[in-house]
Design a protein around this ligand. Structure first.
Ligand code: FPP
Length: 245
């Protein structure tokens, strides 16, 4: 999207939107293609929706790209996904000018253990390359699991307590949030899951406690900016009470 004036206007925009990019496999199957082609189409759509979110002025966007459970998939599929991540990051490096224009700061959330050195280097490099970009923070969740994230955070807090750096009384919700990958970021206001599944699948488990949810039957590679607008329109009319009245 290059023409800002063609963007729709919203009375209220979420500060943080999460996407569960589901349905790539079914998208490929419907076309008689290997699953990896579905992920390729999904990766293309990730770029489009991420850029559109930046154009709209959404400050934080989180994409669920690979869960801690996705290692159970066949090696061929896991390798194809890892390859897509590397390809994308190399592309970001090659096209850094465009990224600068959009002001996108890339951040990776998830457990770094188990990822290849090549991918880790690219992740580290692109994170640093874009760290002064302040318009939108684009989190890519790779080897991410919400429960695992909480367990790692709790372990780190316990270490600090045992060293006397923290006392048990210091532990409250804000402190726990500070030990998660999303430290310093607002919780997601809206989580979008296409593909006709109605669950969160271990995505932003702590952070999503009060998120508005929006589901759609569309498979992720077909999820368009119009579909995104529809979710944002629905969000405009949600009455968020956070337990109040
Ligand atoms: C779930 O759909 C999707 C994934 C496990 C992978 C999501 C990853 C991408 C869209 C690529 C992102 C690329 C970059 C560069 C960040 P599924 O395969 O489980 O679909 P199915 O339920 O139809 O089988």
């Amino acid at each position: 999207m290059s023409e800002a004036q063609t963007l729709p206007q919203f009375s209220v925009l979420p500060r943080h939107v999460g996407f569960i990019m589901d349905g790539n496999g079914r998208w490929a199957k419907k076309r008689g293609l290997p699953r990896s082609e579905g992920h390729k189409a999904g990766a293309k759509n990730f770029r489009k929706i991420g850029e559109y979110a930046a154009d709209l002025g959404i400050e934080y966007v989180t994409f669920y790209a690979f869960s801690t459970e996705n290692w159970k998939r066949p090696d061929e599929e896991v390798n194809a996904l890892m390859e897509l991540f590397s390809e994308y990051l190399n592309e970001v490096i090659d096209r850094i000018g465009e990224n600068e224009e959009k002001g996108i700061h890339l951040k990776f959330i998830g457990d770094k253990n188990g990822l290849s050195d090549e991918l880790l280097n690219l992740m580290d490099y692109t994170e640093k390359l874009t760290e002064d970009k302040k318009k939108v923070t684009l989190n890519i969740a790779i080897n991410y699991g919400g429960r695992h994230e909480i367990a790692c955070g709790v372990k780190e807090i316990a270490r600090k307590v045992s060293k006397g750096e923290l006392s048990p009384e210091d532990i409250d919700e804000n402190l726990i949030s500070d030990f998660l990958y999303t430290k310093g970021q607002p919780d997601p206001d809206l989580i979008i899951r296409p593909s006709g599944e109605y669950r969160l699948s271990n995505f932003l488990t702590w952070q999503g406690a009060y998120s508005e949810l929006w589901f759609s039957d569309i498979l992720w590679p077909d999820f368009s900016t119009d579909d995104f607008n529809e979710a944002l329109r629905a969000f405009e009319h949600r009455h968020r009470r956070f337990g109040g009245i």
